[in-house]
Design a protein around this ligand. Structure first.
Ligand code: GDP
Ligand code: GDP
Length: 458
């Protein structure tokens, strides 16, 4: 059993575009079924390994119609009744409009879970709208571009607990067959649905030891490993408890399979890795200590950063290194030189074979995830900004001093900030870097990608 999600919102925000993206061709027209409105369509959605039913309320094109508001309200209410949860979509380019507020009111009064999606959020023009969406009081908005397929990983992360909950429920509803349950009176109350698994992708070149690492973490031979490329089964993801942390590991099996196609090796590996990266919160770039920082490793690490994932670099096969001290120094130098964009990201040495270093890897992943999720209050940020400006004022291009007025954190995962200032186009990159590096130091945010947008008063 799976859940049903209704996409609701005023006309033209992009509901159908998202619906089509999620459903592809798996469409069931609701109006073929008796008793259901013609204004709703239903489809089987596919998002990563999630399967659910999605309802689209896109039956309203004519925004000039006087009766629109009433029809919209009725349609939305019907969709909400039919669904287990709602995705409330706004157009981030337009910001929150009075009509959006009407929808928000309807949704607030319903008991079912609501996710807010700020759509058309590709590019900077949407930043203000995304910020406004926080103000709806319906939780953190998911930054989406339905048209460009951006933000689907965030949507996935948001929906996953719901999927897990319905899976659990399906299990409870299923007739018990030959299952012995051992009741443990002292066991803590398990509520797995409340704990979202931390999503990890382990990426790296073929033979870096990805399968061996995942097996070691699993503690059992659930995945096959071997010296040849291409023998791991095509697992999409595995959910497990790793030292008390629920994690979901995305396997890049396809990467090894396709690696057999020698002439296309690099291109295919990167695009397969990209798929895993898209669904991950933390990306573990696994290197082979004997051949670290190969071109392919660098590309995937760079890609993870550009996708805004938290990155942890793990150097594997550390058991076969003789001169560990020198080697580590060498690795750290290479890291700083070749991946400056990942400044401060952890570098952990491990042996997937012996299991050495896995606890440190676990802790580094947790920490990277915390930093990635970090939220700093606006008051705190502005006090900090004052100090930064006093210590080192922004430049005065053509005699006009750039004034920094105000700063706020617009998003997390990864942290993104907006600085309101005069002449944002004249702000030198070096000053933005000064602020980003300052944030890293003063708020303890190493490694994670930090986005900073300069914006003029609008
Ligand atoms: P609906 O009425 O809410 O179902 O909206 P549609 O899905 O029909 O989209 C309305 C318009 O917005 C169409 O022209 C889409 O191409 C456009 N659109 C949808 N999603 C995006 C997006 O992510 N970015 C941009 N720039 N345009 C989008
Ligand atoms: P994948 O292609 O990245 O999944 O790599 P595998 O997990 O299949 O490992 C490739 C080879 O490296 C196998 O022969 C493993 O036994 C070996 N290997 C993996 N991890 C280690 C390690 O920590 N130390 C040593 N010495 N060998 C390892």
């Amino acid at each position: 059993m799976s859940f049903t999600l209704a996409i609701v919102g005023r006309p033209n925000v992009g509901k159908s575009t998202l619906f089509n993206r999620l459903v592809g061709k798996r469409l069931a027209l609701v109006d073929d079924q008796p008793g259901v409105t013609r204004d709703l369509r239903e489809g089987e959605a596919k998002l990563g390994d999630l399967r659910f039913t999605v309802i689209d309320t896109a039956g309203l094109e004519d925004a000039t119609d006087d009766s629109l508001q009433g029809r919209m309200r009725r349609l939305t209410e019907r969709a909400v009744e039919m669904a287990d949860a709602c995705l409330f979509m706004i157009d981030a380019r337009a910001g929150v409009t009075p009509t959006d507020e009407v929808f928000a009111d309807i949704l607030r009064r319903k008991g079912s879970p609501v996710f807010v999606a700020a759509n058309k959020a590709e590019g900077m023009a949407a930043d203000a709208g995304v910020m406004e969406a926080y103000g709806l009081g319906l939780g953190d908005p998911i930054r989406l571009s339905a048209e460009h397929g951006e933000g689907l990983n965030e949507l996935y992360t948001a929906l996953m607990p719901l999927a897990d909950q319905y899976e659990e429920r399906a299990k409870e509803d299923a007739p018990a067959i030959d299952v012995t349950v051992h009741e443990d009176e002292d066991a803590p109350d398990h509520t797995p649905t409340e704990k979202k698994p931390l999503q990890i992708a382990v990426v790296g070149r073929p033979n870096a030891g990805k399968s061996t690492l995942i097996n070691k973490i699993l503690g059992e031979d659930r995945l096959l490993t071997g010296p040849e490329a291409g023998i791991t089964r095509d697992a999409i993801s595995l959910t497990l408890d790793w030292s008390g942390t629920p994690v979901r590991i995305f396997d890049t099996a396809g990467m090894r399979k396709k690696a057999k196609v020698q002439d296309k090796l690099e291109k295919l590996s990167v695009s397969d890795g990209l798929r895993a990266v898209k669904f991950a919160e933390v990306v573990v770039v696994l290197l082979d200590a004997a051949i670290p920082f190969e071109q392919q490793d660098l590309r995937i690490a760079d890609l993870a950063e550009r996708e805004g994932r938290a990155v942890v670099v793990a150097v594997n096969k550390w058991d076969v290194e003789d001169d560990k001290q020198d080697k580590l120094k060498e690795l750290k130098e290479a890291f700083t030189r070749l991946l400056p964009q990942l400044r401060g990201a952890p570098l952990i040495t491990v042996s997937a074979k012996t299991g050495r270093g896995l606890e440190r890897l676990h802790d580094a992943i947790r920490k990277a995830h915390d930093v990635w999720n970090k939220r700093i209050t606006t008051a705190h940020l502005n006090r900090w900004l004052d100090g930064m400006v006093q210590a080192h004022p922004p430049p005065a291009p053509q005699g006009k001093r750039i004034k920094l007025r105000y700063m706020t954190q617009a998003k997390t995962r990864p942290p993104g900030f907006i600085v309101m200032c005069s002449h944002p186009d004249k702000m030198p990159a070096a000053y933005s870097r000064y602020l980003v590096n300052g944030l890293r130091e003063d708020f303890d945010m190493p490694g994670t990608p930090i986005r900073m947008t300069m914006r003029g008063q609008s």
